[in-house]
Design a protein around this ligand. Structure first.
Ligand code: NAD
Ligand code: ISE
Length: 337
């Protein structure tokens, strides 16, 4: 049984604790921590046998913790991932790996020095059945060479820690990772177009249109709307030479009545990607439980997403196209997973 310590017991921390303790097999939670100590204590009450640590570093050093799950805010990820690597412990880090390119480079350097993969990043769309089917449809060759992709990433509202740039660094970063995986290519440039503002968004520049180009010339547009009220809606359509392939409807039911055809829309990411998170964490547990290495999104993927994310933030500020430049990929991360 893999013993797991969870840092950050907020929304996704609690959701992952629920799945590790009630849904998945092969792991048990032995420790939690949060800067909000009362919250950590309340959450631990539902976890028999789990202790509450004062700090993330203390949790990582606990001999009763084999592996660490980081679910705190993005700017705090680097310190915990570096501490886990230094302790030689496997760490599953929620996205983003870190919030700057420099921080991700420090994590790459530490993991390369350790000589083995110790980090997996929580880009769960790679585990979603609809995204996997879309990738398989492209790889079957049925629509010919993929040329473009239209995406929409819509949130009903945003969390308290959301800042002006979070629409890129916290939200669009999922499409940035997904596109690298879907097309099997790195992204070479980013630009951002800015329409008039949504009145629900306060000071945020919401919505945005992010345009990415891959090294091979594919163009991807992403509509980002993060205060659209009606629900959580994730869309994607790949345009190929001979046809298109899209994510299917996620709704299990369609109701016809009262002169309307209606389907429910998920409230948020917990509902839309519930099964993807289950598969993601189960595969991580299975891969690291007996001393193995993780097989999911790597430190390189976290680094590449951060560099593109930085470029998109600059594109938002400047209004210009910003080129992406990645360092040479260390041998530890041979292929784009
Ligand atoms: P949240 O605010 O609900 O929870 C974060 C928790 O971390 C809070 O309880 C906070 O007190 C705690 N925290 C902050 N700094 C800390 C520190 N230094 N040490 C310990 N605890 C600390 O936020 P959330 O929505 O759960 O997001 C947390 C992370 O998960 C973010 O990086 C976010 O991008 C990511 N996330 C990923 C997905 C996904 O789809 N994969 C979905 C939601 C959130
Ligand atoms: C959140 O942190 C997530 O990762 C969700 O998947 C995303 O849709 C949302 O915009 C983010 O705030």
């Amino acid at each position: 049984m893999l013993t797991v310590g969870v840092i950050g017991t907020g929304m996704i921390g609690q959701d992952h604790l629920r799945r590790i303790t009630r849904v998945l097999a092969g792991a048990t939670v032995t420790a939690v921590t949060d800067v909000d100590a009362d919250l950590a204590k309340r959450v631990a009450e539902g976890l028999p046998g789990a202790v509450v640590h004062q700090t993330g570093e203390e949790l990582i050093a606990d001999p009763a913790v084999d592996a660490v799950v980081v679910c705190s805010w993005g700017p705090t990820h680097e310190q915990y991932v570096l501490a886990a690597i230094a302790a030689g412990k496997q760490v599953f880090c929620e996205k983003p790996l870190a919030t700057t390119e420099e921080a991700c480079r420090r994590i790459v350097a530490a993991e390369v020095a350790a000589g083995r993969r110790l980090v997996q990043v929580g880009y769960m769309r790679r585990y979603d059945a609809a995204y996997r089917a879309l990738k398989a449809a492209i790889e079957s060759g049925e629509i010919g060479n993929p040329l473009m992709m239209h995406c929409a990433h819509r949130n009903a509202g945003v969390p308290g820690f959301y800042e002006k740039e979070s629409i890129i660094t916290d939200t669009a970063v999922h499409e940035i990772d997904m596109v690298r995986w879907m097309f099997g290519e790195e992204i070479s440039s980013a630009r951002v177009l800015v329409p008039r503002k949504n009145r629900n968004g306060g000071d945020l520049q919401d919505p945005l249109l992010l345009i990415l180009q891959t090294e091979g010339g594919a163009l991807i547009d992403v509509e980002l709307s993060v205060n659209i009220r009606y629900g959580y809606d994730i869309r994607g359509e790949v345009v190929g030479e001979d046809g298109t392939a899209s994510l299917g409807s996620q709704s299990p039911v369609v109701v016809r009545g009262g002169g309307r055809v209606a389907s429910p829309v998920p409230l948020d990411w917990r509902e839309r990607f519930a099964r993807a998170y289950d598969v993601e964490l189960q595969e991580w547990i299975d891969s690291v439980a007996s001393g193995g290495s993780p097989t999911g999104p790597s430190t390189w993927d976290g680094y590449a997403a951060a560099v593109v994310s930085d470029a998109a933030v600059e594109a938002l500020r400047s209004g210009s196209l910003v080129a992406v430049s990645l360092m040479e990929r260390p041998a530890l991360y041979e292929v784009v997973a």
